[in-house]
Design a protein around this ligand. Sequence first.
Ligand SMILES: *Cc1c(COP(=O)(O)O)cnc(C)c1O
Length: 434
Amino acid sequence: MMINEDVFELYESQARTYCRSFPATFDVAQGCYLYDSDGVEYLDMLSGAGALNYGHNQAEIKNTVIEYMQKNGVLMSLDLHTEAKKHFIASFRKHILEPRNLTYKLQFTSPTGTSVVESAVKLARKVTGRNNVICFTNGFHGMSGTSLSLTGNRSKRQAVSQGGVTRLPYHGYLGQDYDSIAFYRKLFTDSSSGVDLPAAIILETIQGEGGVNVASVEWLQGIRRLADDFGIKLIIDDIQAGVGRTGKFFSFEHANIEPDLVCLSKSIGGIGFPMALLLIKPDMDIWAPGEDNGTFRGNNLAFVASTKMLELFWQDKTFEQELHDKEAIICNALDKVVISCGEYIKESRGRGFFQGLEFYDETIAVAVTQQCFENKIIIETCGERDQVLKFMPALNIPSELLRDSMERICNIIVSVCEDFRSCAIENSMISEGA
Ligand SMILES: *Cc1c(COP(=O)(O)O)cnc(C)c1O
């Protein structure tokens, strides 16, 4: 059948986004590559915005999924008990929770990130009997009701009520030396501050959409202490930073803190399947049966894929060590480009495989993504002005390919900066001449 090439433009809603930045029609994907209808190969540095930490169609995970389908394994099961879910729970406990001395109970919510955030906040409010929730500048927690009210981005936040939310400056928002913890403490202590004692504090340890803003270990520990002192539940939204992205399974492991609630989604589905998981401190699990329901909480393909992912990568410390070694490849490349394009780049920052390069001028960052796309590389920007280039390679990318990819992207950055430099020189000659 011949299909009009404009089906998207003609019939798909204006709401679409990523496809506007990367206008191609993709068909096949393998590892770190996407292929369009003509078989043209694209290097994928977007990794499904963090939902493809283990790349496209990872062979062992894919084969496990195919086998499960071949035997007519249950696909959709609401929240009925299935063998697939049983194995997932057991292996999540064995490979992830127990080695880290964590005792969380697992709640399967509707399979998107925003749903698990909704559940986390709802539960924290129920447990504490308080309503207010603290969230942070530049945070992103999803696009539905409560999650959206917690999200910073103004254009996204339109048409949602902001009730029951207090937004405070994230670590570093007022400069690295500003003691924000002392400020929050004062707000909670002073009964006339206008800020009600909150049920929860929700945060990303690295703000993904907000610009790869990295919370310091000290700040995270300060938040944990503050939450303890005021009976506030700490929710870590690890939807983007979790499942290995920062070099450890959970991003908060770097700070050695234990949240009360943890939100996981994106890569927890193993191979890009929708799934979301709320980790709950056992004493907080006071839901009545069915109190937080949803139809699609039993995506067994995701359970099967996720179980395989845990077995392949998180049985022992080998993979973590590899991530640690490979992180240096990314950071070394970024350090070099910061030196050669210093006047245009504010800094590079991140943890593990979650790295950002902040430009002073967002037009350079955007020009870099466009040049990358011309060169068949998919990489996106983030931050309030799109001024940060976000590096999110698959975690299992081979070292050689990672080195090569970083070199390709850094060469493009250098050449875009050179273009801006010669433009600036030309402009200054014109204005001197005038
Ligand atoms: C992507 C994301 C969400 C929302 O997940 P959806 O599946 O898009 O609803 C929430 N929080 C963070 C930190 C995210 O990166």
